[in-house]
Ligand binder design. Sequence first.
Ligand SMILES: [Zn+2]
Ligand SMILES: [Zn+2]
Length: 221
Amino acid sequence: MNQPTIVVEEYIQAIYALAAHGKMVKAVHLSDKLGSSPSTVHSTLSRMQRDDLILFDEKKNILLSDKGSRLANQLARRHRLVETFLCDHLGIPWQEVHQHAHILEHGLTPLIEEKLYLFLGSPKFCPHGTPFPGEDSALPEKMITLDQVQAGQRFKVILIDESLEDNKELMRYFWEHQIKPQAIHQLSNINIITQSLQLSSPEGETHIPFEVAPKIGVLLL
Ligand SMILES: [Zn+2]
Ligand SMILES: [Zn+2]
């Protein structure tokens, strides 16, 4: 097969990201996520099936084939490498590297990927804390999610779930309030009225909506 096109790579990434949350992936989810018409999605998926990157089950759910999974892992690794490079070496803001990496990652050859990995000192996590493929065990065993923290407890932020990285406003808010790996906060109040968790740190107060809390990994101190 020829090299996959950028469009195909983006579909693979979208399927991988949706499936990572235990979701059954259907064509309609891809058209929502990628902003493509149903007919475009349909014809791209047909090509991907022909090239043995995806399969359909009897309920029309889309599954990655072994070959598709290998490509997805490779793309995830490239994405996290480029994010790390942009953040640590080019000074691109932490909350923006995701968008830039999405463009740059498609241009990496295997040699650049390998050299970049060594140049960066064999990183295990992207700047938002997501482990590289195969490095899941690098996350602390005792990591819990923010919704499991009780009022009064102090914790260190470990992971901002990758699904939140697309939300630019939220990422900027996280950055401004230091909701990022290694930052330390205390859960000062659980506010049922505003449906949010109030955090405090020396830098000030932060409010995290209940719905976002399960997507933030933390370690109790
Ligand atoms: Zn990202
Ligand atoms: Zn990231």
